[in-house]
Design a protein around this ligand. Sequence first.
Ligand SMILES: Nc1ncnc2c1ncn2[C@@H]1O[C@H](COP(=O)(O)OP(=O)(O)OP(=O)(O)O)[C@@H](O)[C@H]1O
Ligand SMILES: [Mg+2]
Length: 252
Amino acid sequence: MANFNNGNKSVYCISSGKGGVGKTSIAINLSYALSGAGKKALLIDGDLGLANIDVMLGAVSRENIKDVFEKGLDVKEILIFQNENLAILPASSGVVEMANLSFEGMGRIENILRSIINEFDIVLIDAAAGIGTSVLSFNAFAGQNIVVLTPEPTSITDAYALIKVLSKDEILGTLHLIINRVKDEKEARGVFEGLNKALDRFLGIQANLLGWIPQANEVSKAIREQKPFYLLYPDSQPSRAIEEISNIIAEF
Ligand SMILES: Nc1ncnc2c1ncn2[C@@H]1O[C@H](COP(=O)(O)OP(=O)(O)OP(=O)(O)O)[C@@H](O)[C@H]1O
Ligand SMILES: [Mg+2]
């Protein structure tokens, strides 16, 4: 946890090199756990061109951040409150221009976010997969960078590649890892230690193991039901894992 950018210390950007590793599911459930613990939380859909959060929650969003960006709508008016402590900032789906914003465009998105984040205790950004412009901008904006990976070798090497890119140009703040879809704690620790050794040796970076989440049917069942597993299956292993991560973040 050596490097520090100028990002906001209560903003967490959740990203991954490889897609489909569980970022959106983790972001949603973590935001529910944090809001349940009394934190005022803002969950931002940072997958600007292929938004998922509203779909995963079965929430209807008529307007989204694209309308703020293009038409100057007040961002406060498009927030969807899931409960009194949790607001969602939805994004657009199937919009190429939003998926490929320039750094200048991302600067404008950051200004939009700056106008609301102070009203929240914790802000989570669910980023797109990969190393595109939006991913780099959101990670620079956030003081806390969570990289999600699974035990699959391709997911591990892509996580390393993403972190390598983030480690340049003061993009990286505090680096946290979440290992998803693991068999057990031993597997999670093995993946973490392997990656952390490579990060230390080749990039001079140490990551913090924020937590691990087991492979479990409840996760995909909840997605199909368009509800957070944290609410549907509060006693399941994934919910307990999310709770532990939430407790750590709530104490930072
Ligand atoms: N712990 C888990 N156990 C079982 N299945 C999981 C788990 N985590 C994620 N999945 C499965 O992986 C799929 C992808 O999850 P999710 O959409 O959250 O990933 P993502 O990283 O946000 O993807 P993208 O890169 O496309 O945005 C889910 O539909 C779910 O079925
Ligand atoms: Mg996603």
